[in-house]
Each structure stands twice: as C-alpha cells, then as structure tokens.
Design a protein around this ligand. Structure first.
Ligand SMILES: Nc1ncnc2c1ncn2[C@@H]1O[C@H](COP(=O)(O)OP(=O)(O)O)[C@@H](O)[C@H]1O
Ligand SMILES: [Mg+2]
Length: 242
C-alpha cells in the first residue's frame, strides 16, 4: 500500500529523518516507535505532503506521491486521514462536534445524506447522537478523541496515520481508544501507520514494528518476531523498560 524509500529531511544542519525506508502492506498496521524527538511526526508529515523531503520517494499504491498532479493529490487526500495526538487542539472549539466530523465529507459531492453518515460513524465510535450538537469543551478527553477518530473515519479512508493518538489520555481511557482503533481498522481493513513513544501499546495494535532513533530506523520487523528476537541494543533496551 505504501512504501517509504530512503527518505531524508533536514532542518538546516539538523537531520530530523535520516534515510528511512519501510513498507506497509494493505490492511496491516505498522507501529513506528521511538522516543520524543526521534523524527516520527516529521516523517508522518512527509507522508501526507505537509513537508517536502530533501531526498527519497514515497510510493502510494506504486506511484511516487511527489510526482502527483493536483487531481491526484486531491484523490490521495480523500483516501488518507491523520489522527493527531491532542484531541483538544485538533477539534475547532467553536464548531459543534457534528460539524467537525462532517467536514471531511464536504469534498465528497456524491455522498448525499451527510448527517446520516456522520451519525452512523459517531455510533460506531461510541458517541451518543446527542453529542452531534455539543461543543468540544462539553466532552471528556476520551470522548473528544473518539470524535477525532470519527472525523478521520467518516470518509472510509484506505490509509490512516495515527500520531500518538492515546498519549494525552488517562491510562484507563487509553485502552478503550486503542480498542476502538483496532476494531475499526479490522472492520474496514484499513492500512495504518501507528506512531507511539510507548512500547507497551505496540504488541496490541501492530503487525509490524519500526523502531526509530535520532531520525534513523534501527530495526523493522514483524511484531511477533521483534518481541521474540530483538536485534538492536536500542530495541532490547526499550523492551526491557516495558
Ligand atoms: N519545522 C521544524 N523546524 C526545525 N526543527 C524541527 C521542525 N520540526 C521538527 N523539528 C525537529 O526535528 C526533530 C524531530 O521532531 P519530531 O518529528 O516532532 O519528533 P517526534 O515526533 O519523534 O517527537 C526534533 O528535534 C524537532 O525539534
Ligand atoms: Mg511527534
């Protein structure tokens, strides 16, 4: 589904992403794990085209996204969604929850009953339909993150990037949100890049794991394999800490 090939991104002298390569098969979840500052978010911004790499290629279904025409970008954007870490700042406080969730549908002129689609997605994400008319501040952190997930999933994306989607939540709520993401990923056979600094959530969600340190991938493997036979010292160290 997606192949990242020798991607490098510098900010001045500093190399935030250093010659990174990996692939994600259709319907699979790759967890990108690494400590804060290792370059995870920068890499995800490159994948959705918010940042431009200094070198390297990103193939989406075999085509380099940096060769896309404007129309191809629009179509890519319709199939790709991004879930941010902080559900508070990623929902506009002045918009009702229903309006926020509906927003990605606006570019889909062929979807007729948009409100119905929003309500159905809200239900799937464990949100009561009353919340349609609520504002973000009227929801708990977990409910807001459910709304962010509903907004990402309302267009039935093929590929989802979730950047530390549970890091800002209470531990008790983290498990529920992870469950929801995993459930929805399976139900719709979505391909997912799941970014985290927390190794303990990896085993639950990932098929494959890429471990990132100082902008480099130090190890990339099937999840089972990584937990059984970690190769790099850094991975061993991370596993020991869990
Ligand atoms: N726009 C930018 N300009 C300069 N440095 C940046 C920029 N974005 C990120 N960085 C730096 O790149 C490094 C990686 O950041 P980031 O990708 O956010 O890491 P992570 O998501 O793994 O915590 C950090 O040292 C950060 O300060
Ligand atoms: Mg980050």
């Amino acid at each position: 589904m997606i192949e990242i090939k020798n991607i490098t991104k510098k900010f001045g002298e500093f190399t935030a992403v250093n010659n990174v390569s990996f692939k994600i098969e259709k319907g699979k979840v790759l967890a990108l794990v690494g400590e804060s500052g290792s370059g995870k978010t920068t890499l995800s911004k490159l994948i959705i085209g918010i940042e431009k790499p200094d070198s390297g290629k990103i193939f989406y279904k075999g085509k380099n996204i940096f060769d896309y025409t404007k129309d191809e970008w629009i179509s890519f954007r319709k199939k790709t969604q991004y879930i941010f870490q902080d559900p508070y700042s990623s929902l506009n406080p002045r918009l009702k929850i229903g309006t926020s969730i509906k927003e990605p549908l606006l570019i889909h002129k062929n979807i007729k009953n948009k409100k119905e689609k929003v309500l159905k997605t809200m239900e799937e994400c464990g949100l009561k339909k009353e919340f349609y008319n609520y504002y973000p501040h009227q929801l708990s952190g977990g409910q807001r993150q459910r709304a962010v997930i509903a907004r990402a999933l309302v267009i039935n994306p093929e590929f989802v990037i979730a950047d530390e989607p549970v890091s800002s939540l209470d531990v008790s709520v983290q498990a529920q949100i992870l469950n929801l993401l995993k459930q929805m990923q399976k139900k719709y056979n979505m391909t997912m890049l799941f970014i985290t600094h927390d190794f303990s959530v990896v085993r639950f969600i990932a098929d494959k794991v890429a471990v990132m340190k100082n902008g480099k991938i130090v190890e990339v493997k099937e999840a089972e394999d990584l937990f059984k036979n970690p190769e790099s010292d850094y991975t061993k160290q991370l596993l020991k800490a869990v």
